[in-house]
Write a protein that binds this ligand. Structure first.
Ligand SMILES: C[S@@+](CC[C@H](N)C(=O)[O-])C[C@H]1O[C@@H](n2cnc3c(N)ncnc32)[C@H](O)[C@@H]1O
Length: 302
C-alpha cells in the first residue's frame, strides 16, 4: 500500500508509514471513520484507499491545517495553481530563496492563511513540524537545503487524494472532546494525539494540548457509548519508554507496531528501532481474537 499511498506534504507525527499496520486492526467494513487529531489525515487516506468505508470526518484543532486538507480534497486544481505560484516566487529571490520562506511566513502571520501558504510553510520548514510562538505566530524555521515539494509531485498526490475523499468527507477544526462527544456506535475513531515525549518535549503549546487525565476520561466516554476506536499513544525506542501508558481500566488491548529505525538514534550513531503503541478498543477485540488486558483485583475494585 505504501508506495502508492498519496500524501499532501511531510508532517511531523504523520502515520503514513505505519498506516498498513494500523489498518490491520480495523474491521473490513464500518460506517464512518472519525479522525479527531487528523493532521494530514494519513489514516483517512489509507482507509479510503482500501475502501473500508464511504464516510469520513477529518478534524484537527489547527484551522489552517484543516483548510489545507479540505482544499486538497474539494479543490485540488486551485490548490495546485496557488501553490505553484507561491513555490515559483522563491526562484526570483536567487541565492536568497530562504528569505522567501520568511516572507511567506510573515504573510501567513499577518492573516493570509490561505491553504497554499500553509502548504508552502509545511513543505519547506524543518521536519514538517508546525511550531507556534507565544503570540500564536507560526515560528518554525526553514530547512535551508530544500525548495519544498515540486508542484508536479503535489499535483499527482492531491488529485489522487481528492478522488479518494471528495464527496465523502466532512471537515472541522474543533477540540477533540467535542468530536468524541458526537461519535456514535458504528463509527470507528482513530485517535492520534500529539506525542507525549520524544519530538515535542520542549514545545509546551503542542504538548500541553492534551493532558493525560482529561484524555483518559474522554476515552471512558467512548467506552460507555460502545464506540470502537484505535489509539496511537506511547512507545519505546532503544529500550527507553516514552509517554505514559494508558490505564488497564480502559480495557483496551495494547499492541506494539514497528515504526522503523529512529532518525534521532541514527544521528547519535546508533540504530534503535522505535515501537509505537496502538490501543485496540474492547469492541474490536473479538474480530482479531484478542483478550483484554487483565485487570488486577485492586484496580478492578477502584
Ligand atoms: C500526531 S499529530 C496527528 C498526525 C496524523 N495522524 C497524521 O497522520 O498526519 C496530532 C495532531 O493533533 C492536533 N491537536 C493538538 N491538540 C488538539 C486538540 N485538543 N484537539 C484536536 N486536535 C488537536 C495537532 O494539530 C496535530 O495535527
Amino acid at each position: 500500500m505504501n508506495g502508492k499511498m498519496p500524501h499532501i506534504v511531510q508532517y511531523q507525527g504523520s502515520k503514513r508509514i505505519l498506516a498498513p499496520q494500523i489498518l490491520q486492526y480495523m474491521p473490513q467494513k464500518f460506517s464512518r471513520l472519525i479522525e479527531p487529531f487528523a493532521g494530514m489525515a494519513a489514516i483517512s487516506i489509507a482507509t479510503a484507499y482500501e475502501n473500508r468505508t464511504n464516510c469520513f470526518w477529518i478534524n484537527d484543532l489547527n484551522q489552517p491545517l484543516v483548510n489545507l486538507v479540505k482544499e486538497a480534497v474539494e479543490n485540488p486544481k486551485r490548490l495546485v495553481e496557488d501553490y505553484s505560484a507561491v513555490w515559483k516566487e522563491q526562484f526570483s529571490y536567487g541565492e536568497d530563496h530562504v528569505q522567501h520562506f520568511y516572507d511567506v511566513r510573515e504573510r501567513f502571520n499577518s492573516g493570509d492563511e490561505k491553504p497554499a501558504n500553509m502548504l508552502y510553510l509545511l513543505a519547506r520548514c524543518v521536519k514538517g513540524a508546525v511550531r507556534y510562538g507565544k503570540t500564536g505566530n507560526f515560528n518554525q524555521s526553514p530547512d535551508k537545503r530544500r525548495h519544498g515539494t515540486n508542484p508536479k509531485t503535489l499535483e499527482q498526490n492531491v488529485y489522487a487524494i481528492a478522488c479518494l475523499l471528495n464527496g465523502k468527507t466532512i471537515f472541522s477544526a474543533l477540540d477533540y472532546h467535542d468530536v468524541l462527544e458526537m461519535a456514535k456506535s458504528g463509527d470507528l475513531v482513530y485517535i492520534d494525539p500529539p506525542y507525549q515525549g520524544v519530538t515535542n518535549v520542549r514545545d509546551n503549546r503542542y504538548f500541553a494540548g492534551v493532558p493525560f487525565d482529561e484524555f483518559v476520561q474522554a476515552i471512558e466516554i467512548l467506552n460507555r457509548k460502545g464506540v470502537d476506536y484505535l489509539i496511537s499513544y506511547d512507545g519505546t525506542c532503544g529500550g527507553k519508554e516514552y509517554g505514559e501508558e494508558l490505564p488497564q481500566s480502559l480495557c483496551c488491548k495494547k499492541v506494539m507496531l514497528n515504526a522503523g529505525i529512529s532518525s534521532q538514534s541514527l544521528l547519535l550513531g546508533k540504530k534503535s528501532i522505535t515501537f509505537e503503541a496502538l490501543y485496540v478498543s474492547k469492541g474490536l477485540m473479538p474480530i482479531f481474537n484478542m483478550q483484554p488486558q487483565q485487570l488486577s483485583f485492586l484496580e478492578a475494585m477502584s
